[in-house]
Design a protein around this ligand. Sequence first.
Ligand code: NAP
Length: 259
Amino acid sequence: MDLGIRGKRALVCASSKGLGRGCAEALAEAGVDLVMNARGADALEEAAQDLRDRYQVSIKTVAADIVSEDGRAQVLEEAGDVDILVTNAGGPPPGMWSDWGREDFIKALDANMLTPIALMTALMPKMIDKGWGRVVNITSVSVKAPVAVLGLSNSARTGLTGYVAGTARQVAPNGVVVNNLLPGLHATDRAVSLDQGAAKSGGISYEEAKAQREATIPVGRYGTPGEFGAMCAFLCSQHSGFIVGQNILLDGGASNMTM
Ligand code: NAP
């Protein structure tokens, strides 16, 4: 299928590794020029060069913390008037409800709610002017099926979900399509660190912890960044114009629900 977005420009945040990289790759494959971002410059440049070599698209990189105001300003300057925005940042650490104070919640809200909102606020007016835009926010399964140890993530991402529900419907008349993409368990560094946490708290090996978590997924394995990126690219395509304000779950069937 031709996604119809060859020659468009996209900002993909937090994209040197994992799900963000999967999204960057699928967009590059569709012929989209990219601005890629992550904090670590080496891994970011390596990822960008790999995509330039394989897909012959133009890719700029901005090594900066997307959660900080300075970092975000650098990224936005390079992004200019992108047609497509994919928001992403690292997730908050797991823990117990009794571990977290105000500062922990402020950090989680900054990373996983206020940063994507700031990016949308900065970039959507230019999309509205052009009459076309696509926004995909990488959130989490936790907004539909909260994960007990991820209370900080549950809280911040649910706030973003509420914001998108209204905003997506306000910008849709101007050709700007906003949706959230909800990862369940995917094979990335984040999954490795959550498996290590589960191993430690359960007093079992890393392999046992991973096998236990894979067994909770009907397809019997973690998702891949490639599968995730393919859905992201579709949501950024010409074909997604009637999909507005949705929370699309990619979890291998792990959450047993109909909505
Ligand atoms: P990952 O493998 O840890 O990759 C994170 C990427 O984001 C790296 O490129 C990292 O590069 C970059 N990054 C992190 N914090 C950043 C920041 N403040 N500014 C700029 N770049 C930043 O994570 P992932 O598994 O792809 O997860 C992506 C998101 O989905 C996270 O929010 C995660 O919580 C959520 N999620 C993941 C899963 C899963 O199973 N993987 C499930 C549910 C939700 P640098 O470190 O160099 O900055």
